[in-house]
Write a protein that binds this ligand. Structure first.
Ligand code: SF4
Length: 125
C-alpha cells in the first residue's frame, strides 16, 4: 500500500517536532480576517498595524510568509513560532494539505523537508 493510501494513519501518527522547517519553506500561508485578529492580539498589535507589517494581499487573498516577505515568518531564534497558539488555520492543519497528498511523489517531497512527517510515514507503512 502506498503512502497516500495510508494518509489517515500517517496523520494520526504525526507529531510535530518543532523543527520550523515548514515555516521556513517558501510559499504562501493564507490568513483569514479571524486569523489576523487573533495573531495581532497575540502580538499585542492592532489589526491595522498587523496588516500593514505582516500581510500581503494578492488577488484579494491575504497571506503571510511569502518568499520575499518575512522569510522566517514568526520564528524566533529558537525556531519557535511567536504566535503558535494563535497560528492560522493553514499552520494548524499541516500536514493535512491537499497538495501533499496528491501523489506518492508529492508526499515524498514533503518528507524530505519534514522529519516528523518522515517518521510518521515510516511508522505507518
Ligand atoms: S505562523 Fe507560525 S506556525 Fe505558521 S508558518 Fe509562520 S512561524 Fe510557522
Amino acid at each position: 500500500m502506498s503512502g497516500i493510501q495510508k494518509k489517515e494513519e500517517i496523520l494520526r501518527r504525526f507529531r510535530c517536532r518543532g523543527s520550523g522547517a515548514c515555516c521556513r519553506a517558501g510559499g504562501y500561508v493564507a490568513v483569514s480576517d479571524a486569523d489576523i485578529k487573533t495573531m495581532a492580539n497575540r502580538l499585542q498589535m492592532d489589526d491595522w498595524m498587523f496588516r500593514q507589517q505582516m500581510v500581503v494581499v494578492i488577488n484579494g487573498w491575504s497571506y503571510i510568509a511569502t518568499p520575499s516577505h518575512r522569510v522566517r515568518c514568526f520564528l524566533d531564534e529558537q525556531n519557535r513560532c511567536k504566535v503558535y497558539e494563535a497560528r492560522p488555520k493553514a499552520c494548524r492543519t499541516y500536514p493535512d494539505w491537499p497538495e501533499i497528498w496528491e501523489s506518492d511523489e508529492s508526499l515524498e517531497l514533503e518528507m524530505k523537508q519534514c522529519v516528523a512527517l518522515r517518521k510518521a510515514v515510516q511508522d505507518a507503512c
